[in-house]
Structure formats: structure tokens, C-alpha cells
Write a protein that binds this ligand. Structure first.
Ligand SMILES: Cc1ncc(COP(=O)(O)O)c(C=O)c1O
Length: 417
């Protein structure tokens, strides 16, 4: 188990910096508008490179009086209304499904909520003989593992590989592990593989969590970035299942689940730090308690800008079109090399290059292209599922620039690898 005082050890970018430390960047030889000649190309971080709509700055300025106030932990009614209206539109939910007073919280992005979910669901002092477990996909977003370690739980890394359709099959775990599970993380669209769960998979997981009494943290921060069809959401699955006790009543419909959304990818605004969680009132309350002691909150001017962003669709549609164009480029340039397949969602390529670390070094040294070795997003050996690190053959590439740069960078990558 990772010591909570040493969470940097498995941070993927700390490991990437270690790998490239002292290795000079090659000249990219990529000539695209807006890029200084020979400048390195950073495809390692999933940070959108286009700007959020101009009205963000206007809304922040209009709400500037809010800078003199501490952020209210429950945000504003207008923010809650905008988020719930968006969810209702996006997923075709029945009105009244989510009580904003008990089942909703604003968050400074999904990361802090995903982190606090582990603390909220896992007992600080487990009883004698108890060994809480937190389930996470392998590969995984590093915050899941950090949160499990901080909560003092055993992290169970469940393969999300080609063989499992790039999503974890938690239902295949032994009942002994499920019985001591407090939380599981489920990311759809998945970072890094871009796999999307269908409604039946989401429903099965909710049923499993209710049977064993654990909570699911549905990480849906890539929900708005997809190549063809809008990914189904956990809330739709919960509605289709009816209430926690069955029978179609909506009371208890969100039991055992927390659903996380963010403006970071939808609106290309990761710097705004603005998102929300909806779900099981017991867990939402526990997260609120933790946020009130451990979070800086979401400032009112940010809440004002966030309100408008959740209300507005056209910028999100344009944003999605950018990523779709990048994937069309990737399909054209890569064909079926490196196991390429157009992912259903997200904005990453997860390419099988044989040896992710040496490919990363070669791309950096020869062309100043920075990518992330897949192994750095996975646990292997004793930390994983007992086998080798499933990310070893892969690199993750974030397609966060425009189509011209994407085309040039992928063509260069093809030459080098
Ligand atoms: C899978 C996944 N979840 C959550 C986050 C956190 O995003 P934010 O806190 O900006 O909403 C990220 C960010 O890259 C991510 O990749």
C-alpha cells in the first residue's frame, strides 16, 4: 500500500520528468502556424489548448464583488439550477430526480471531489479485522490511487485492457473483495483508452454496488468529448433501474452512487476549477463536511462564469468538433498502425508502440515531442493484478492542439517509431 506521505511516487508526471531529466529535446522540425520553429510539442498533459468562450471573462468581471466574500460551500441557487438543467437535457432525466439541497454540491473541478469521495466512504479507523478496499481501473487517473492511499484503503487495480474492452469488470472480482469494498472508481469515457460504457454495463455496476453496499464514483468529466454518439451516463442508468428498492420509484434512485462532472474539458476551462457532484445524499453530505474543512471552495465570480457555461451549448459543440477533427486526422495518418482505433470518447490516443518508455525517449530526443509512457498510468507487479504492468507497451498522447499540429506531430511520430 502506498504511504499517504509519499503520494508523489506514482504521480505520472513526476515519473515522466525523471525519465526525461537531462535528456535534451530534439528540434521538432514541425512548421505550423502559432508554434515557434523547433519548439517542443507537449502531448503528455490532457490540458485543452483552446480558450474558453470570451463571456467567461465578462461574467467573472460582472461578479467581481464576490471576490470579497468567502466561497459559499453550496455555491448559488443559479449554479445548481444550471447544472441540474444541463444534466436533465443531456441525459433526458425526469425533473425532480435530483434534490439540489441534499444531492448536489459545486466542486473546484472533479479532482477534489473524486479525492474526497474516498475519505467520505472509507472508515477512518476500520474495525478489528476490517480491511477496506477501493477498486480502480488499471490504467487509472492517478488521483484514484492517491485517494485510496490517503483513505488508508487497499487499492485493488482491476484490468481495463483490450481483453476487457478497456473498462474494468468489477463484477468479476471475488465476493471476498467486493464485501470489503467501500468505493469504486469508474471512468467513462475512460482516460486514457477512450472506451465508453453502455447503459447495461452502468446498470450492472449500480446493482453490484447496491448488493455489496459500496459506493461508485462515476467520473464523467469527459462526457462531452465524443467521436460519434453521446456517451450514456450513470444517471440515465439509475433512472432506468428505478429506485434503490426497485419498483420504479425514484426515491433512492441515486443510492450508492456519486456522479462527477466538470467544465475543464467540456468548456476548455481547466484553470477555472469548476464542476459538481450529484448523488447519494449520505455521501454528498459526507463530502460536504470534508470540503468545509479541506477545500478552498469555488469563488463566487467563478460560480457565475460556470453558471453561464453550463447553460450554453454552442461552445461545447464547437469544442467537440475540434477533437473530432483531430481523431479524423489520427485515423488518416496512423491507419491501423500501433493498434490505433478511433476511441468512442475522450481526447487521448492509447497507442501500442511495443515499449512505451523507449518510444517516449526517442520522440523527445529526436523531435521534442513529449508523450506519456503508458506504464506510468498503471500499476504492475505486486501493486497491480499480480501480472506485468499492462501499460508497458503503450504511450498516451493528448490530442489537445489543433488539426494542423496534430497532423504534423503524428506524422513525425510515425516516422520516428
Ligand atoms: C479521468 C480524469 N478525471 C478527473 C480529472 C480532473 O479534472 P478536473 O478536476 O479539472 O475536473 C481529470 C483531469 O485530467 C481526468 O483525466
Amino acid at each position: 500500500m502506498t504511504d499517504r506521505r509519499d503520494l508523489q511516487t506514482f504521480h505520472p508526471f513526476a515519473r515522466l520528468n525523471g525519465l526525461l531529466d537531462g535528456v535534451p529535446a530534439g528540434r521538432s522540425a514541425i512548421d505550423v502556424p502559432g508554434l515557434a520553429p523547433g519548439a517542443p510539442i507537449l502531448l503528455s498533459v490532457g490540458e485543452p489548448q483552446n480558450q474558453p468562450p470570451a463571456f467567461v471573462a465578462e461574467e467573472v468581471a460582472r461578479a467581481a464583488a464576490g471576490w470579497s466574500r468567502y466561497p459559499p460551500p453550496r455555491g448559488t441557487d443559479a449554479y445548481a439550477d444550471a447544472c441540474l438543467a444541463w444534466l436533465t437535457r443531456r441525459y433526458g432525466l425526469p425533473t425532480g430526480l435530483i434534490d439540489p439541497q441534499r444531492m448536489f454540491l459545486p466542486l473546484a473541478g472533479t479532482r477534489e471531489g473524486l479525492f474526497f469521495a474516498a475519505l467520505a466512504t472509507t472508515p477512518a479507523t476500520p474495525g478489528p479485522g476490517e480491511k477496506p478496499a477501493i477498486l480502480l481501473p488499471n490504467p487509472f487517473y492517478h488521483v484514484y490511487a492517491g485517494a485510496a492511499a490517503a483513505a488508508g484503503a487497499e487499492a485493488i487495480h482491476v484490468p481495463a485492457t483490450r481483453e476487457t474492452g478497456f473498462l474494468p469488470d468489477y463484477g468479476a472480482l471475488p465476493p471476498e473483495i467486493l464485501a470489503r469494498t467501500t468505493l469504486c472508481y469508474y471512468c467513462s469515457p475512460a482516460n486514457p483508452q477512450g472506451a465508453v460504457a453502455d447503459l447495461a454495463q452502468l446498470q450492472d455496476l449500480i446493482v453490484l454496488a447496491r448488493r455489496y453496499g459500496f459506493t461508485i464514483a462515476f467520473d464523467e468529466c469527459y462526457a462531452e468529448i465524443y467521436t460519434e454518439t453521446p456517451p450514456p451516463g450513470a444517471l440515465e442508468a439509475a433512472v432506468a433501474l428505478g429506485g434503490a428498492l426497485g419498483g420504479g420509484a425514484l426515491d433512492g434512485a441515486l443510492d450508492n452512487m456519486l456522479v462527477f462532472h466538470s467544465l475543464s474539458k467540456r468548456s476548455s476551462a481547466p484553470g477555472l476549477r469548476c464542476g459538481f457532484v450529484v448523488g447519494d445524499p449520505r455521501q454528498v453530505r459526507a463530502i460536504e463536511g470534508l470540503l468545509r474543512v479541506g477545500s478552498a471552495g469555488v469563488p463566487l465570480p467563478v460560480i457565475a462564469a460556470g453558471t453561464r457555461l453550463w447553460q450554453e451549448e454552442s461552445h461545447a459543440t464547437a469544442n467537440r468538433a475540434r477533437y473530432q477533427a483531430n481523431f479524423a486526422v489520427a485515423e488518416r495518418v496512423l491507419g491501423n498502425r500501433f493498434g490505433f482505433r478511433k476511441p468512442a470518447g475522450g481526447f487521448f490516443l492509447w497507442l501500442d508502440v511495443g515499449d512505451g518508455e523507449s518510444a517516449t525517449l526517442a520522440l523527445w530526443r529526436e523531435a521534442g515531442i513529449k508523450v506519456l509512457p503508458g506504464a506510468y498510468m498503471c500499476a504492475g507487479g505486486t501493486g497491480g493484478t499480480g501480472g506485468d504492468n499492462p501499460g508497458t507497451p503503450y504511450v498516451r498522447i493528448a490530442l489537445v492542439y489543433d488539426a494542423a499540429l496534430t497532423e504534423a506531430a503524428l506524422a513525425r511520430l510515425g516516422e520516428i517509431l
